[in-house]
Structure formats: C-alpha cells, structure tokens
Design a binder for this molecule. Structure first.
Ligand SMILES: [Zn+2]
Length: 96
C-alpha cells in the first residue's frame, strides 16, 4: 500500500538528517568467487565447488572473452602480427 502523496511530500521535504532509513541485513550473500548464495552464518565455512567457480569466472570475464577474438584478429592484421604468423609457420615447417 502506497503512503498518501501528501505524506511523501512532507517526508521528502525533511532535512536529510531527520530521515533515517535502515535496511535489514540479508540472511544470504553471494560468494565473491563463485556467486553461490551463502548464508551469513556460514561465512568463512563456505568452499566453492570447482565447476561453479569456473562457470562464474568465465561469466565474469564474458565481455573480455568476447573482445579477445577481435583483439587477436586485429593483432594478426598488424605488421607485427603478420610477421609472427609468418615466423611461426616457418618454424613449424622447418625440418627437425
Ligand atoms: Zn564460493
């Protein structure tokens, strides 16, 4: 239920120091390494599952992973990149 508009206007008009808003602490927080929801009471006890940790890390790097292909292609198009490709092919085809 919404408070009446007049009450909202009166609260918004109060000087900042008179408005105190406190939020209850959540019972669960996301693990910063794997993103799993961890109960606050288990803080310090949680161990990340490797699969979940890996998926979360890949998810976190999503934008960087998407940019990598474009950056690699741009490097291969550069003078230094073309030389490195040529040199790698030369070394790979070199008789042992
Ligand atoms: Zn974790």
């Amino acid at each position: 239920m919404r408070p009446p508009a007049t009450l909202l206007r009166r609260v918004c008009a109060l000087p900042f120091q008179y408005v105190s808003v406190s939020f209850p602490e959540p019972a669960y927080m996301p693990c910063s390494a794997c993103g799993a929801s961890v109960a606050r009471v288990e803080d310090g006890v949680h161990e990340c599952e490797h699969e979940r940790w890996l998926s979360y890390q890949v998810f976190q790097l999503g934008e960087e992973i998407l940019r990598f292909d474009a950056q690699l292609a741009a490097y291969f198009d550069s003078l230094g990149g073309r030389f490195d490709v040529w040199y790698a092919e030369r070394e790979r085809n070199r008789p042992a």
